[in-house]
Design a protein around this ligand. Structure first.
Ligand SMILES: *[C@@H]1O[C@H](CO)[C@@H](O)[C@H](O)[C@H]1NC(C)=O
Ligand SMILES: *[C@@H]1O[C@H](CO)[C@@H](O)[C@H](O)[C@H]1NC(C)=O
Ligand SMILES: *[C@@H]1O[C@H](CO)[C@@H](O)[C@H](O)[C@H]1NC(C)=O
Ligand SMILES: *[C@@H]1O[C@H](CO)[C@@H](O)[C@H](O)[C@H]1NC(C)=O
Ligand SMILES: *[C@@H]1O[C@H](CO)[C@@H](O)[C@H](O)[C@H]1NC(C)=O
Ligand SMILES: *[C@@H]1O[C@H](CO)[C@@H](O)[C@H](O)[C@H]1NC(C)=O
Length: 608
């Protein structure tokens, strides 16, 4: 027997894309005597039509996505935010560790008070890391309204890099270094035509999540693609048939979504009213013709480096550039031993820094991002163009419109084989293990971490960073406290199934993925589990990232174990990065090194 409520959760894990257009508003190299690198971000609620459909959304300095923050490792950074929105907001710097500045991490009610309409707020932090990051709103579902932009932190002079593992020819390595110094952001996003508030209201009124988006964007450009039913039917996967079967549906809707009735059927137990859902949410597809993003590079350059940033509110899927294998040289901002692949599975929040060799017949090649979620088929495109074309025929894709490989020789990025560069060691043991259950809780749009819905009223309360919770208070079951210097294991257990993957992101530090598996996790600690099933663990060279997606749980429970070292005292958020799941409550707080928290500056304590 399956739990229909969480099956519905599976569906709900539909995701899409949105995009952003970066603009350089600072040049990286300058003497440090000039003081902090300063940025000013003005947030406005305006009409905009990234995919050709005009909607209300958030523009940052008049643009979407927000401007590029270009920084050099070691810089002090100051970001002055002016909130001219009709909403409260905050800005989080995704993947930035905020060492000694947890008050600039941008989580309402956790690290700061809300920036209210008409108010400003200054974030101050030091770029202690290098690589690819992004900033985004951390207020309810505001990512879906477009509040995000890319961050590039150029490595400090002399930092060791892995580029000579790609080629041992010194001239090639120089070309790679030149390309990396000029790395360009490629912001991928999913867009919907309703605002995040309208979306939430619709879930409350209908009783279901509405995982049906409108377009996938690259750097803020894209279009609505409407596919003939024939094409949609030909792409149907084995995941969809049993879901469509629930309502005897013959196929997906014209937007290539599971019909709302399927989500209704999966919400068994909680009340639904599908009549409140307008037809353009799931059913009516209206195509648009908008220009797509073109990444233009002179072929004389030989190589181009891109920071592929997944700002998705919902979807996860496959990324690929036609006819061009790519070298992945950094993941989530940190160097790895480079991997040569044709396609990459990306999920919410991910960053992949890639090098592309421009060695094909000069011309245009399609860049693809295709959702792999069961709830909707959705794909977006951009163009990699070099040497002013000449070639006219369409390029051949490594992946199709549902993110599947088109030939057997397509290699996907292998996260399990990912190796940090230079190598790092993880402690073979931990001081504490926390087991955190993942489930759909109550209504189908409510989600729980540690089986508890994160109370949304906390957003407007005195920040936990200013007011640490005592261990014995068990604050809403959603606060963990750790001691500085200790090693901590978090084990996420999908307790209801089918359950989609949850892209779990931790603020404040990267974590090692030490193990995952199927079945119940019936152990008190990782040490006990590793003794019983050593093959499920890697303590030698596991991948290190600032987010990991839990394994999908289709027919039974699954689990995922991450380990980290507490070296960054502060109050950090731990949450699923799917906007609907975050809004639905899938979040908790970790008071890391609560014994050694830095003193909060008066400026932040007193902010109102
Ligand atoms: C689906 O079709 C079967 C066989 O005709 C029928 O028994 C069942 O009631 C139908 N289910 C729904 C939800 O209409
Ligand atoms: C995709 O890759 C898998 C594994 O290599 C292979 O079995 C499958 O045939 C490939 N699909 C296509 C359409 O070639
Ligand atoms: C905005 O933030 C203020 C201060 O935290 C809070 O009092 C107010 O209720 C918030 N407004 C909304 C709509 O949440
Ligand atoms: C905390 O969890 C316990 C046990 O599941 C539950 O009874 C209680 O209601 C939860 N408290 C909150 C505030 O959610
Ligand atoms: C998880 O929730 C339970 C109640 O269900 C609570 O007793 C426990 O302290 C919570 N665990 C953490 C790590 O917060
Ligand atoms: C926290 O622990 C780390 C690692 O043991 C140590 O380097 C650091 O100095 C500690 N921080 C404080 C504020 O004690």
């Amino acid at each position: 027997m399956f739990d229909t409520r969480s099956l519905r959760g599976l569906l709900t894990a539909l995701w899409l894309l949105f995009a952003a257009i970066p603009t350089v508003i600072g040049k990286p190299s300058r003497p440090c005597t000039l003081g902090p690198r300063k940025f000013e971000l003005t947030l406005e609620w305006k009409k905009h039509a990234p995919d050709g459909f005009e909607r209300d959304m958030i523009l940052v300095n008049g643009q979407f996505p927000g401007p590029l923050l270009e920084i050099t490792e070691g810089d002090d950074v100051e970001v002055l935010v002016h909130n001219k929105l009709p909403y409260n907001t905050t800005i989080h710097y995704h993947g930035i560790e905020m060492h000694n500045t947890p008050w600039s991490d941008g989580v309402p009610g956790l690290t700061q008070r809300q920036i209210q309409p008409g108010s400003s707020f200054t974030y101050r932090w030091t770029a202690t890391q290098y690589g690819s990051y992004w900033y985004h709103a951390h207020q309810r579902g505001q990512i879906n309204d477009g509040l995000y932009g890319p961050i590039i932190i150029h490595p400090r002079h002399g930092r060791e890099n892995p580029l000579d593992l790609i080629s041992n020819d010194p001239a090639t390595v120089r070309a790679l270094e030149k390309a990396v110094a000029d790395v360009k952001p490629l912001v991928m996003s999913d867009l919907r035509h309703i605002t995040s508030d309208e979306d939430w209201e619709l879930s409350l009124a209908s009783g279901i999540e509405t995982p049906c988006y409108d377009s996938v964007l690259f750097n803020g450009k894209g279009r609505v693609n409407c596919w003939p039913q024939e094409k949609i039917n030909s792409l149907l996967g084995p995941e969809q048939a049993p879901l469509l079967g629930l309502i005897n549906a013959t196929g997906m809707t014209d937007k290539a979504c599971l019909p709302a009735e399927v989500l209704g059927a999966l919400a068994a137990g909680s009340p639904t009213d599908l009549s409140v859902i307008p037809p353009d949410i799931f059913d009516v597809c209206t195509p648009t013709e908008q220009p797509l993003e073109v990444i233009e590079v002179p072929s004389s350059q030989g190589w181009v480096a891109l920071d592929v940033i997944a700002t998705f509110g919902l979807i996860a899927g496959s990324f690929s550039i036609d006819e061009h294998p790519v070298w992945i040289y950094a993941v989530d901002g940190a160097y790895i031993e480079p991997q040569l692949v044709e396609a990459i599975s990306v999920t919410n929040g991910d960053r992949f820094s890639i090098l592309v060799k421009l060695d094909k017949e000069p011309g245009d090649y399609t860049i693809r991002m295709a959702s792999t979620a069961a709830a909707q088929m959705l794909s977006g495109y951009a163009t990699l163009s070099y040497a002013e074309g000449g070639r006219n025929e369409a390029s051949a894709g490594y992946i199709n419109d549902v993110g599947k490989n088109t030939t057997a020789s397509v290699r996907f990025f292998d996260q399990a084989a990912m190796r940090s560069f230079p190598p790092e060691t993880v402690s073979p043991t931990a001081d504490q293990t926390y087991k955190l259950g993942l489930r759909v809780a109550g209504a189908s749009y409510q989600w729980a971490l540690n089986n508890t819905i994160y109370p949304s009223h906390l957003d407007n309360e005195n920040p936990i960073l200013f007011n640490p919770q005592r261990e014995d208070e068990g604050q809403h079951n959603v606060t963990i406290s750790t001691q500085n210097g200790t090693w901590v294991d978090l084990v996420f257990v999908a307790e209801t199934f089918p359950m989609p993957p949850h892209p779990i992101h931790k603020h404040g530090n990267r974590m090692w993925l030490i193990g995952q598996g199927e079945g119940a996790f019936e152990y008190a600690s990782v040490a006990e589990a590793a003794a019983a099933m050593p093959e499920a663990f890697n303590f030698v060279n596991p991948p290190k990232r600032d987010g990991f997606a839990t394994p999908p749980a289709n027919t039974g429970q699954t689990w995922m174990a991450v380990r980290y070292h507490v070296t960054n005292p502060g109050a950090w958020f731990l949450h699923c990065h799917i906007q609907a799941h975050l809004q639905g409550g899938m979040a908790m707080v970790i008071q890391d090194g609560v014994d050694s928290w830095p003193t909060i500056p008066d400026e932040y304590l007193g902010y109102h």
